[in-house]
Design a protein around this ligand. Sequence first.
Ligand code: NAD
Length: 256
Amino acid sequence: MTQHLLVTGATSGIGHAIALAAASAKMAISFSGLESQCDEIVSEFQSAGAPYVAYYHADLSEGDMARDLVTRAHADYGSLDILVNNAGIQHVDRIEDFPTQAWDKVIAVNLSSSFHTMAAALPLMRDAGYGRIINIASVHGLVASVNKAAYVAAKHGLIGLTKTAALETADVNITCNAICPGWVRTPLVEAQITARAKSANRTIEEEAHLLVSEKQPSGQFVSPQDIAEMVLFLSSPAANQVTGSHFVMDGGWTAQ
Ligand code: NAD
């Protein structure tokens, strides 16, 4: 039977790779982003093999929109098997300089939106007797870095939320897990590389190499495609007893 996967923030980066891999696995895809339309990406997922593709514009910093996204995606397709909470943003500042508005926005998008989508999805999954929830957290759900207070707090919170959902659904056929990537070279990270390169007067490639090597002993970025493969594994029957866990993909960052 065709599985229906909803992934948030799939117009770019990791979410896009997850939707593309799921499309290649012949899943039905619903995805969200901030753009008003996404016709090219819809065609890309269709060409990759998805039998059904639907795009939803949704600003997930609004709790009602996050809940509505799940309700609409479920109603339009008729079921929802897999929810991937991926949308995320970054803001970099010392705590004493961190604008309250930026703190509120990062917490809203990176943590609260997953609470809202899960609150909307869980009753539907309970009724169906099946569900897989995968939260894209970060190594910053396990360890901290300077100047990323809101991001680190949100990702630590997301791992706690994942464990709570796993316990609340342990006796039904629903699992909830998190993935914790290290550096992945997406637009979210490219902005940080560009800012650092400019202030240090280095080239983008020099700065990218320095940035990844500071944290990851492998000296390599994690690829969005590898994260997508982990999502497919966590959605597969082999992972039926995997719940409340987090999977670290970080080139050795947190082993140190
Ligand atoms: P990205 O910037 O490439 O993509 C972010 C996506 O989120 C986009 O589709 C964007 O439209 C969407 N988005 C942003 N704000 C939104 C909002 N208010 N409402 C709805 N959608 C919104 O970023 P990425 O690197 O692919 O990050 C995806 C996830 O992976 C994030 O949760 C991020 O924290 C996490 N992550 C990224 C890295 C990394 O190194 N890139 C590492 C660990 C975890």
